[in-house]
Design a protein around this ligand. Structure first.
Ligand code: FAD
Length: 402
């Protein structure tokens, strides 16, 4: 059996390792555009950007792993086309590789600022890949003026690193509040206060009109009529699923590459997993998750089914973010919640936000509260709830409720 996997990132690496553990004989090829072996992205906006983590530690496995496991890892190998009739993929440069089963783990690409508003100026950086981070790292000199466009997790994490390294940081968010798309008012308030306490200037409800400069960016015009002088700009305005190859091959696309519960695309010989794939979720809805746990777990189910299994992927969403000395842990998905309660934590700076839909606990944000996170996650994963009043009561012993 010939297995080809396109995309050597978090999901691709998990997929090929699982495939090998299930089938000692299969031919396995992992194709990745980037010049390096698969690596973890979360430290890119955290410890690696901070200069506290070495390159080697970013790699998910040492390069020898792929040799030992007889996995043909090809870096700097971009797939240009999938020929479904011939069951072949074509690399840029024309080489063709046959497959019996194909997996797409192509991840996502950052939304970029349009060139028409200065997105093509020098010293404007997206925050997605090792190459992006290595290109910007020299900018992190004490006193440099950094503008961050976008108040989601990536923008806030980068802001925390920049402020910790002594830069003058301004973050603009076009929506009314930071994290508006993903978190409650309470969680936004918590992180706004945290960042302001470290000197980050947060400007909410303020869009970027255009970046200015000749060659390199030197300034920014904002929607409130003000202008900023800047030395460089980081852009964290979201990502788009990398589904162009799949679309060109005629696979069904629905907010990314549509797969069934078994991670199969509309072509039964082709699977997909990770950031690029949308899958069936509760009540007939379809979701796409952008997280490491999803990439790994979904890829392992895809591998099992490529090897002849019949497993369903049952997502148990969780996520984390590190900003300054705060660890945020998120369990569940808060989409469709109609109520939140705030639970004060045991120590200053610790708290958790519990999201309910009707009486059902659907998600939890825990800030420096690993115990609340652990208990909330176990409840959510088991489909259980506790009354909102109990969650909000700092004296209630949650563990007893398990
Ligand atoms: P990726 O890891 O992006 O891998 C996809 C790979 O496919 C890429 O290497 C790409 O070059 C390659 N590729 C695409 N097209 C082709 C082609 N045609 N041919 C060959 N190769 C191709 N998640 C968390 O859970 N917690 C965090 O704290 C967190 N922090 C993050 C911080 C940053 C800065 C970033 C960028 C992401 C973060 N994430 C975090 C998200 C997480 O890293 C992603 O969800 C995860 O990497 C998705 O894995 P993937 O394999 O689907 O995609």
């Amino acid at each position: 059996m010939k297995h080809v996997v396109i995309g050597a990132g978090q999901a691709g690496a998990a997929l090929v390792a699982k495939l090998r553990s299930l089938d000692a004989e299969a031919e396995i090829t992992l194709l990745g555009s980037e010049p390096v072996p698969p690596y973890q992205r979360p430290p890119l906006s955290k410890k690696y950007l901070m200069g506290e983590m070495e390159l080697e530690r970013l790699y998910l496995r040492p390069a020898r792993f792929y040799e030992e496991q007889r996995i043909d890892l090809r870096t700097s190998a971009t797939v240009a086309r999938i020929d479904r009739d011939a069951q072949e993929v074509e690399l840029e440069g024309g080489e063709r590789l046959p497959y019996d089963r194909l997996a797409l783990t192509t991840g996502s690409r950052p939304r970029l600022l349009p060139a028409g508003i200065g997105g093509d100026l020098g010293r404007v950086y997206p925050v997605r890949s090792l190459e992006h981070i290595d290109a910007m790292v020299h900018e992190f000199a004490e006193g440099a003026r950094c503008l961050i466009v976008g108040g989601g997790y990536i923008g806030l994490e980068a802001a925390a690193v920049a402020a910790s390294r002594g830069l003058k940081v301004t973050l603009v968010e076009a929506m009314d509040r930071i994290l508006q798309r993903v978190a409650s008012v309470e969680t936004s308030n918590y992180f706004r206060t945290l960042h302001q306490g470290h000197g980050v200037e947060i400007r909410e409800g303020t869009g970027l009109v255009r970046l200015t400069g000749e060659g390199d960016v030197t300034g920014a015009d904002l929607s409130d009529g003000s202008t900023l002088d800047v030395d460089f700009v980081l852009v964290g305005i979201g990502i788009l699923p990398e589904d162009d190859l799949a679309a060109a091959a005629g696979l069904t696309i629905e907010n990314g590459i549509a797969v069934d519960a078994q991670c199969r695309t509309s072509d039964p010989a082709i699977f997909a997993a990770g950031d690029c794939a949308s899958f069936p979720w509760q009540e007939g809805a379809r979701i796409r998750l952008e997280s490491v746990p999803n990439a790994i777990d979904q890829a392992e189910v895809a591998a099992a089914n490529m090897a002849g299994g019949e497993e369903d992927y049952v997502a148990v969403p969780w996520f984390w973010s590190d900003q300054f000395d705060v660890k945020l842990q998120i369990a569940g998905l808060n989409t469709g919640h109609d109520r939140t309660v705030l639970r004060p934590g045991a120590r200053p700076g610790a708290q958790s936000v519990w999201y309910y839909r009707g009486d059902r606990l659907v998600a939890l944000d825990a800030m420096n509260e690993p115990r609340a996170y652990m208990i909330g996650k176990r409840l959510i994963d088991a489909g259980r709830s506790i009354p909102p009043e109990t969650a909000a009561d700092a004296n209630a012993d949650l563990k007893a409720l398990l």
